[in-house]
Design a protein around this ligand. Sequence first.
Ligand code: NDP
Length: 592
Amino acid sequence: MSAPDLDATRARYAHERARRLHPGGTNQYQYAEGRLSSLDDDTFAPPPAARASCDEELDVLVIGAGLGGLQLGAALRQQHIDNFRILDIAADFGGTWYWNRYPGLRCDVESYIYLPFLEQTGYMPSERYVRGCEIFAYCQLLGRHFKLYERAFLQTRVTAMRWHQDSARWLVSTDRGDTFRARFVTTQSGIFNRPQLPGIEGIETFKGKIFHSARWDYRYTGGDTFGALDKLADQQVGLLGTGTTALQVVPEVAKCAKHLFVFQRTPTAVGVRDNGPTDAAWFASLPTGWQRQREVSFNQLANGERADCGLDDGWARFFRRLIDAVEAVPEVERTPAAIGLAQELADYAYNDTVRARVDVEVKDPRTAALLKAYYRTLCKRPGFSDDYLPAFNRPNVSLVDVSEGVERITEDGLLVQGQKYPLDCLILCTGFALGTQWTHQAGYDVIGRGARRLSEKWATGLVTYHGLFSHGFPNLFFMGLTQTGTTINVPHMLREQIEHLTYIVRRCLDEGLSSVEATEAAEQDWQSQIASVNELRRPFQEACTPGYFNAEGDAQDRRSAIGSGIYFPSTTFFDMWARWRAQGNFAGLSVT
Ligand code: NDP
């Protein structure tokens, strides 16, 4: 393939970005609140059975029972810190894997590094990229293995949280009438916990069936996560959104619906999936410690470091291309600008191969042209699928270009540039609330020392020390995408956060320390470091097509956790934390 024409490619990407910029930025979206609140209903569990409310004194309260809460519960067990509770709104463990059960769901990160504790549980994932239902079942297995069910209150929502200075406790209330007095609280409310709805006029007037991908209604569609959605056989189905969720949903709905209209604003770049069953002999031959080694190597690759890990999937191949390109620049010439240019050219060449694949897979040239992504690979979460593109060759599937916007949702369909698309059912694959304030995403506010509200402190963005701590909020650990070292393989990032916070909790309990809190100076220093990384990243972000990675094209909108800065190199970050712990003096924290 010939070398890409840099100027022409840049111009094309800028043109496609400009067409999609929405004046409302992140504010264009709406959420399952008020008149749309039923779109957030749990479609998988009946309303909770009554239970007695409880009043408990705890060492640790864990908010969130996804892979963060599960791994933390396991770590607390391993540390013999057994006086803890885990709370979640969902009726089971799993977090995102509880809520997302749509047909075709799989994890897009290798299961060998995504599923934690494989060596401890002895579990062998059935495939390289396992189905969501297998991950959900594995979360339940972890709940049993580490005896976490007995410490969990499920279908329980935090309603208030306040620091009580005299007792050095967090007072936490729930919608089940509970009161917890906790020495430490950790929050991992999730990043994909709140369905995001399109900001299209008339959504509430639609009289057909409407639901979000993370609240799939199998009573309506029939079938299950394996497909066979038999009740769609006589249905005209509309699917709005073409992110990595849609990549998995479309092939299954396409097989079953009378007709499927896929409404696309921006195409996702679709790389090769190449899934397959796990080779049991290979799996059995892996040496002790292999999982940690593999996840660390994967993260090194994602951070531009050469790592020999036997990993050869779509992610690894993409990152190796960038590394090769940088290494091809003579060492003496490797300025930041030269490195940036080498990566940009390698990225364009990669994009060309991804676009060429569309022509091979999709028969209709007009549809193929619409399915080609024109933006830098990491502007959006790249996709990997071997059955998404061919789904558009089916006679019952139509791709509708809505890059100029959907006019409105009417009572019986969608109106796009004057043309009506009558629908029985509308499936929203429109993502999650990732651009709003942390307190909106979490669903509760926090009142810290001196009655300071977190929603006020973080009104225009997170202000943390190492992501985990915030001045004025003692003994509270913020897990997740919080100005921390971020990994593509999210459970890995959570595990690093857990190792750090359990070290601190263990020492506080052992040494009788009643509170730890970030100092203002440490927090300010961390904000400067985060700001310089944000500044370095700004030109890339500003050139990206709109999406949740760049606050829908307004890279200056920093109010969300992602907008506040998630690009500090995570290999460096985790090394820094390891040194911090080895130093042992709680640097940057004031201790009582
Ligand atoms: P995304 O936020 O990635 O995509 C939302 C989609 O909805 C986009 O295509 C967006 O278009 C579209 N959309 C929103 N509003 C409108 C509108 N008004 N008109 C037309 N289109 C609209 O959500 P996903 O659920 O696909 O993915 C969310 C994240 O979940 C991923 O980024 C990934 O991190 C994670 N995920 C992980 C998986 C895994 O295997 N580990 C699998 C699936 C998801 P536009 O792009 O133009 O904004």
